[in-house]
Design a protein around this ligand. Structure first.
Ligand code: TYD
Ligand code: MG
Length: 452
């Protein structure tokens, strides 16, 4: 007997309602609630039937624990964002905009692992299309299996036959479970398919990567509603105008959750960038004003990045503030601090900030470099390319201590910087052995006096 039921879902957050309403009370979005018809049949041949009654309650002290075995891929960047390799039985959601390179990334990762049996399941492309992409990447691998299907039961049957060690599902929006009557990509389908995959992964200890599309405004249902049920969430992002792509961890049950992997898309797939600092700092012949280099940390890795500022006379009544790769409100705050504490008249200037390479970092230690580039452009006086800046700026213009300063200094030292400007309140770094000269500051006025 099948039971028919209508459910109203919020496409933004996945909240369920018994009747339609204009505003989702869970995420406060308007016009996101849609009707979905759900027909539930009694499940006959699903994974849970084979694994029923295997659960029983035990004491925490009785749990035997070995360090989770991990499959280490050939892709260093992928290993890092996963916290050191793929954990068996883990489910990883990879979200990104269409065309950013998700399929390429995972097909390439499968092809590179010649000693691990991988299965790449695509509901989007034909075998020929995948083959063309594989040829483009240009790696031969006898251990990589392809399947094009969208029916979850067909997929599980094939998986049973092949018995792979790693599974990639491209993409969750194309999958369809025969147990519910709703179109692929709808909230209920996406949820049901993901739940089936998760049960499968946990029962067989096979790691599964689920690829999901998102658009800028998050209008396609899917990845958002899955984030809390998977083990790891990776975001693959990048600026269309640059070839760099960033794989960012936003949730990880098996490791650090703010790791970052950097790739470059070229004609033969994705190239791993193992030394990002070198590409993020543009090489220039002579010093230009408005540029300062910051030593930041994303996850476990220090990154030196170039911040650029342009300060010019405002032509309209309201001066413009435009940012790319930096938080606009943070910029407004820093400008207010400069105006009030330093006496610089940014109120009559247009200000533009850009982080080179199209990269977005959320490290408060970037503040000092932004201030330095703003002052440099304001004075039209270049800062030496051999200087680098680390520090958070507080509301009273004080330069505050940042975490893991040693690592930041050592990275700058390794790349041949001569001076690093740090906060006076970072005591730990004083005993550090490095060739780089450390200049400690307590206020932004001191920065101005030293630089100009
Ligand atoms: P794709 O992996 O299909 O993106 P997604 O799965 O996220 O939708 O990648 C699409 C883009 O990548 C496409 O515009 C072409 C480009 N590309 C390269 O530049 N080099 C390559 O070797 C490959 C395979 C793709
Ligand atoms: Mg794709």
């Amino acid at each position: 007997m099948s039971k028919q039921k209508t459910i109203y879902y919020c496409q933004e957050c996945g909240a369920e309602y018994a009747k339609w309403q204009g505003k989702c009370t869970s995420c406060n979005q308007w016009n996101k609630i849609i009707e979905e018809l759900v027909i539930k049949e009694k499940k006959k041949d699903t994974w849970e039937n084979h694994t029923q009654n295997s659960q029983k309650t035990i004491k925490v002290s009785d749990v035997s624990f070995q360090d989770t075995p991990r499959i280490v891929t050939r892709d260093e960047e992928l290993n890092r964002v996963l916290g050191g390799g793929i954990v068996s039985g883990s489910v990883v959601l990879v979200a990104g905009e269409p065309g950013i390179g998700k399929s390429t990334l995972f097909l390439q990762a499968c092809l590179e692992m010649t000693d691990v049996k991988c299965m790449y399941i695509s509901g989007e492309e034909s075998l020929q299309q995948i083959k063309i992409r594989a040829d483009r990447i240009g790696i031969q691998n006898e251990n990589c299996y392809l399947l094009t299907s969208t029916d979850t039961q067909v997929i599980f049957n094939e998986i049973k036959k092949v018995n792979p060690e790693i599974i990639i599902i491209d993409s969750i929006q194309t999958l369809e479970s025969p147990f519910i009557e709703s179109t692929p990509g709808s909230v209920s389908q996406v949820r049901e398919c993901a739940a089936e995959i998760i049960r499968f992964a946990k029962a067989t200890h096979t790691p599964v990567f689920i690829i999901g599309h998102i658009t800028k405004d998050g209008s396609i249902a899917g990845p958002k509603v899955l984030e809390h049920i998977v083990d790891t969430v990776l975001h693959f992002e990048g600026d269309r105008h640059y070839s760099y792509r960033i794989l960012r961890t936003t949730k990880n049950r098996f490791g650090n959750s703010n790791e970052l992997g950097i790739y470059e898309m070229n004609e033969k797939g994705l190239r791993k960038i193992t030394n990002p600092s070198e590409i993020l700092i543009t090489q220039k012949e002579d010093d230009l004003s408005g540029i300062a280099i910051a030593s930041t940390i994303e996850g476990a890795r220090p990154l030196l990045i170039e911040t650029q500022a342009l300060v010019s006379q405002a032509v309209y009544g309201t001066p413009q503030r435009t940012v790319s790769g930096f938080d606009l409100r943070r910029l407004q705050l820093l400008l207010a601090v400069l105006e009030k504490r330093g006496g610089f008249h940014f109120g009559v200037k247009d200000v533009f900030i850009n982080i080179a390479g199209g990269i977005r970092v959320e490290d408060p230690a970037l503040d000092l470099a932004i201030i330095a580039s703003l002052l440099s452009s304001y004075e039209d006086n270049p800062i030496s390319q051999k200087y680098c800046f680390v520090g958070e700026v507080g509301l009273s213009g004080e330069i505050r201590a940042v975490n893991r300063l040693e690592q930041r200094i050592l990275e700058a030292d390794k790349l041949g910087f001569e001076k690093i400007f740090i906060s006076k309140f970072n005591h730990k770094a004083i005993g550090l052995k490095a060739n780089i000269e450390m200049i400690s500051l307590s206020k932004i006025e001191e920065l101005y006096q030293i630089l100009f």
